[in-house]
Design a protein around this ligand. Structure first.
Ligand SMILES: C[S@@+](CC[C@H](N)C(=O)[O-])C[C@H]1O[C@@H](n2cnc3c(N)ncnc32)[C@H](O)[C@@H]1O
Length: 279
């Protein structure tokens, strides 16, 4: 993981943490499905990869209870500080934290019952390495579960924002939506399943989940992304402040198309991948 990538996530850390209520509501059902697929028991040992500001870490820590043990890791030291604060504020004493790259081997003396990753795996430039590291960290019979972004066609808010951001940056060349390390890097049909199978997992399953954003208006969505949506923030970062402002305004206008009778509903599709390290 390169220094600029770490710094980029550090820059989004505060925004991602303070957007926790929005993120929690957005991902409530998807996170519940992820926890269910992990088949967690009380007392389980869980590795939470790319844990971010700890929103799902908290849910995992409650699920495994005080006799359980959660190791939350992330490449961004700054975002992990927010996770630590969130877990302490919840009065949980069963979570440890470590700055670590998900693509690197895991240093742990006891294997994990589950390895989980919510909206982080697609940012790995080498997801096969991350899946291999997770496999080696699991006990036989242990579960791997990850949520990633699904088909770009079913994520029009993200594709619209990225298109507008790239236009304002003058990036006119075409890029594959499935580029390594990008938001949709694992969204190509069959890609996540084939990576899991190639890494040696059994019981491989990948299913799409609808996770629409329900917010008062497009402005609220743009406010969320401009403080915490690192990939789009980084495209606009080299522009001066007025030029950036124009881009955010154009995004907001474009996203107004998702306003309905009962507020704003931004379509969003995730993929829930799950697999077992066979015993
Ligand atoms: C979109 S946030 C998701 C955070 C959290 N899992 C959640 O769902 O709220 C993506 C996170 O992935 C982390 N990340 C990106 N690449 C990573 C890598 N190679 N290893 C570990 N963490 C990584 C970022 O620092 C960031 O915290």
């Amino acid at each position: 993981m390169t220094e600029p990538v770490v710094k980029a996530w550090d820059r989004a850390a505060e925004g991602w943490s303070s957007s926790s209520p929005i993120i929690h509501a957005w991902l409530r059902q998807a996170t519940a499905a992820m926890l269910s697929e992990a088949r967690l028991q009380r007392g389980a040992r869980v590795l939470d990869l790319a844990a971010g500001a700890g929103d799902q870490t908290k849910d995992i820590a409650f699920a495994v209870g005080p006799t359980g043990d959660v190791l939350a890791t992330d490449i961004s030291p700054k975002i992990l500080d927010f996770a630590r604060g969130r877990i302490e504020a919840a009065g949980l004493a069963n979570v440890r934290f470590a700055v670590a790259d998900a693509e690197q081997p895991v240093h742990a003396q006891t294997p994990f019952d589950a390895v989980m990753c919510r909206l982080g795996l697609m940012f790995c430039m080498n997801p096969a390495a991350a899946l291999a590291a997770a496999f080696n960290a699991l006990r036989p019979g242990g579960r791997f579960v990850a949520l990633v972004f699904g088909d770009p066609a079913n994520n029009p808010c993200i594709t619209t924002m990225m298109k507008v951001a790239r236009k304002h940056r003058g990036l006119t060349g075409s890029v594959s939506p499935y580029a390594d390390g990008g938001l949709f890097s694992l969204a190509a049909p069959g890609r996540l399943a084939s990576l899991l199978t190639a890494a040696g997992y059994a019981e491989v399953a990948v299913k799409p989940l609808a996770a629409p954003f329900e917010l008062p208006d497009a402005a609220a969505y743009v406010a969320f992304v401009r403080s915490s949506g690192s990939p789009i923030m980084e495209v606009l970062a080299p522009l001066d402040a007025p030029a950036r402002e124009l881009a955010w305004q154009e995004m907001e206008e474009a996203l107004e198309e998702f306003r309905g009778h009962r507020g704003w509903l931004g379509p969003n599709e995730l993929l829930l991948g799950s697999a077992t390290r066979a015993g």
